[in-house]
Design a binder for this molecule. Sequence first.
Ligand SMILES: CC(=O)CC(=O)SCCNC(=O)CCNC(=O)[C@H](O)C(C)(C)COP(=O)(O)OP(=O)(O)OC[C@H]1O[C@@H](n2cnc3c(N)ncnc32)[C@H](O)[C@@H]1OP(=O)(O)O
Ligand SMILES: NC(=O)C1=CN([C@@H]2O[C@H](COP(=O)(O)OP(=O)(O)OC[C@H]3O[C@@H](n4cnc5c(N)ncnc54)[C@H](OP(=O)(O)O)[C@@H]3O)[C@@H](O)[C@H]2O)C=CC1
Length: 301
Amino acid sequence: MAATGHSLGIPEITSVGVIGAGQMGNGIAHVAALAGLPVVLVDVKAEALDKALATIRRNMDRQQAKGALTAEAKEAALGRIRTGTEMALLGESDIVIEAATEREALKLAIFKAACPLLKPAAILASNTSSIPITRLAAATDRPERVIGMHFMNPVPVMKLVEVIRGIATDEPTFDAVLALAGRLGKVTAVSQDYPAFIVNRILIPMINEAVQALQEGVGDVRSIDTALKLGANHPMGPLELADFIGLDTCLAIMRVLHEGMGDSKYRPSPLLVKYVEAGWLGRKAGRGFYDYSQDPPKATR
Ligand SMILES: CC(=O)CC(=O)SCCNC(=O)CCNC(=O)[C@H](O)C(C)(C)COP(=O)(O)OP(=O)(O)OC[C@H]1O[C@@H](n2cnc3c(N)ncnc32)[C@H](O)[C@@H]1OP(=O)(O)O
Ligand SMILES: NC(=O)C1=CN([C@@H]2O[C@H](COP(=O)(O)OP(=O)(O)OC[C@H]3O[C@@H](n4cnc5c(N)ncnc54)[C@H](OP(=O)(O)O)[C@@H]3O)[C@@H](O)[C@H]2O)C=CC1
């Protein structure tokens, strides 16, 4: 492990820990392992880890089929990923990137539990979509080494990492994370620590508006998605994208915006709330605005 030589002694990042093996956690593990970094992926459920490893292999197979990856490079990358349900496994990681469910109380509990197990110099990053980094940092023993490292979904494909400094985040931590993002082949955009940062401050209210338009009957699911795909050249319609992100995550982000900005223009659409209450969370649940038990998926309204 090479030292960077700055006064706080934060090491150059040569190993990565990831907490939460859902769609984002598996993507972050994927790109870090492909960049040659040893990765430890931790989740509360062993089944989530098995599923994540299968997803990573499937996505790497796809890259191999396209000629972007050799079989040897794929096996080497997969061999760099260790998984487990114990957070103590993160004790050797230079950076730990938290990618658990978008719930502030859960993230605060994870940060509190993780700190005593990490190297004193380890950076603690959150992939949160919306929760203030300063608030998460304040729950730790190292607020200067806490930072937002917000990857986009699907991580292996999307170029951007949004980097968010909390009020206490120091320069070496910021620099180390910019360097890591570069090593992962990503381009960074720096956001101030305001609710939902840049991408989701703009993207999620658009999705919420699409759900509101659906609720009001302005158009059905297909009309709304077709309108934005062909009318604004979006790769996915807003309802298809909401299903892809996860409706629980979209709702959690709208709630952070609503509370954090104190402005009624951010109120979540009641129909979005109803879908989440029904457990229709999108692709990961098999049903959201589309029903994925059918091929092609069938619009639900
Ligand atoms: C909520 C938050 O906090 C922040 C967010 O992330 S918001 C969400 C941001 N993401 C988006 O907006 C995604 C919008 N959608 C898209 O860009 C595209 O639909 C998509 C890239 C996901 C898929 O594109 P597509 O053309 O429909 O599908 P497909 O042709 O199968 O895939 C395009 C490429 O991505 C690759 N790909 C797709 N999913 C992949 C995955 N999970 N892993 C690895 N590669 C993947 C494909 O192999 C293909 O690669 P090539 O270009 O080398 O051929
Ligand atoms: N979905 C998206 O498009 C994007 C999401 N994000 C952010 O990334 C984070 C993860 O989102 P996403 O991957 O979509 O969510 P998922 O629901 O796919 O995955 C979250 C994972 O975290 C696990 N988890 C829950 N509690 C713990 C815990 N205490 N310790 C370890 N793991 C835990 C969950 O397990 P279980 O299922 O058992 O609860 C699940 O496996 C969120 O903060 C989200 O806002 C950021 C960018 C894009």
